[in-house]
Design a protein around this ligand. Structure first.
Ligand SMILES: *Cc1c(COP(=O)(O)O)cnc(C)c1O
Length: 359
């Protein structure tokens, strides 16, 4: 069975072909058990082994230090916007860097359950970028400084994380496992799986154990990280199928040579696409060059009619999901870990061809 289209969707996003093939077999019969992965107990040996493997693979691949716990939760990154604050911003304010659509969401949700402050705001700056270190007001009395590693909508990314006297809490939904993480600065990292790790339904949280322990015991059990730390994320029925596919994706990442190998691959893919945009005199990148995302490449054509035509023709040519987020318009090529170089090459070829015909 061949891939039908190159999938540039921002999320849920492309998964490796071999992962999809194996997952589809396990929907009928998981590992010759005679049972579907969808219909087996989460307390049984088959599932438990896959669950523990997925946890261990995330830890190995991201070089998570032993003082952190890896958790598989539900509710998406959006649930983390408030859950982080409920657990960590207790009796202390939390500081936020506002860089775009997703940071904005995190800030607003946290503000409902905790005292939040703006440490920096680059939302209105054009072309889009993250704040410079000199623009960030960091207060040593904050519970944490929140950053959004990669703004999926705006196509910008922190190339280096800010130095901070307080632990960083980071939404890495759209770039986790695309590059190495400097753990010493972090108190907590969270990511919905559906961009780089697997299907929707599981949210990965990596939290320093001493930070999780301090959360109020009055929090409902499901909202308290410590509940899940103590139970290896098996307090209640986990999103078994999503975690199973995440196990397959992490096996695939290992087979690719790990995160450092993928990072080099990702940088090469992004550099090639941005170079094509910059050299065209037709397509225009929307993000500040020094802050461009290596995951979500955002760009525009000379007018919206051409953009509509581009999307229609690209889809017909087997290049799917290139429409920019509805809040900003334009085009967006999401080139996550599982997007092969051949997909980026096909897009560049199509762009050159379209320009020749319409430019
Ligand atoms: C997709 C995304 C989210 C939202 O994730 P859900 O799992 O849908 O809640 C949050 N933050 C970032 C950076 C994202 O890319």
């Amino acid at each position: 069975m061949a891939r039908v289209k190159f999938n540039f969707s921002a999320g849920p996003a492309v998964l490796p072909e071999e992962v999809l093939q194996e997952a589809s077999r396990s929907v009928v019969d998981c590992g010759n058990t005679g049972l579907s992965i969808l219909c087996m107990s989460h307390r049984g040996g088959t599932y438990e082994a896959l669950h523990m493997e997925a946890l261990a693979n995330v830890r190995d691949l991201l070089h998570v230090p032993p003082e952190f716990a890896v958790l598989f939760l539900q509710g998406g990154a959006t649930q983390q916007f408030s859950q982080v604050a409920m657990n960590l911003a207790v009796g202390k304010p939390a500081d936020y860097t506002l860089t775009g659509q997703w940071a904005d969401g995190a800030f607003k949700e946290a503000g409902k359950v905790a005292t939040v402050r703006v440490a920096a705001d680059s939302r209105k700056i054009s072309p889009a970028r993250v704040p410079f270190p000199s623009e960030i007001k960091i207060s040593p009395d904050a519970a944490y400084l929140h950053v959004t590693s990669n703004e999926t909508v705006d196509g910008i990314q922190w190339s280096a994380f800010p130095e901070s006297p307080v632990p960083l809490v980071c939404d890495m939904s759209s770039d986790i496992m695309s590059r190495e993480i400097p753990w010493s600065r972090f108190g907590l990292v969270y990511a919905g799986a559906q961009k780089n790790l697997g299907p929707a339904g599981v949210t990965v949280v990596i939290v320093r154990k001493d930070v999780a322990e301090k959360a109020p015991s009055t929090l409902p059990a499901m909202l308290r990280y410590q509940t899940h730390v103590e139970k290896d994320s098996l307090h209640n029925t986990p999103p078994c199928f999503s975690i199973y596919v995440l196990a397959l994706v992490t096996r695939w990442v290992k087979a690719q040579g790990g995160v450092a190998a993928l990072e080099a691959h990702n940088r090469a893919k992004a550099a090639k696409l941005y170079a094509a945009i910059d050299a065209s005199g037709f397509y225009t990148g929307t993000a500040d060059k020094a802050h461009r995302s290596i995951m979500n490449v955002t760009y525009r054509l000379p007018n919206e009619d051409l953009e509509k035509m581009f999307l229609k023709e690209a889809d017909a040519a087997g290049l799917s999901g290139l429409k920019g987020h509805r809040a900003v318009g334009g085009l967006r090529a999401s080139i996550y870990n599982a997007m092969p170089a051949s997909g980026v090459d096909a897009l560049i070829q199509f762009m050159a061809d379209f320009q020749k015909r319409k430019g």
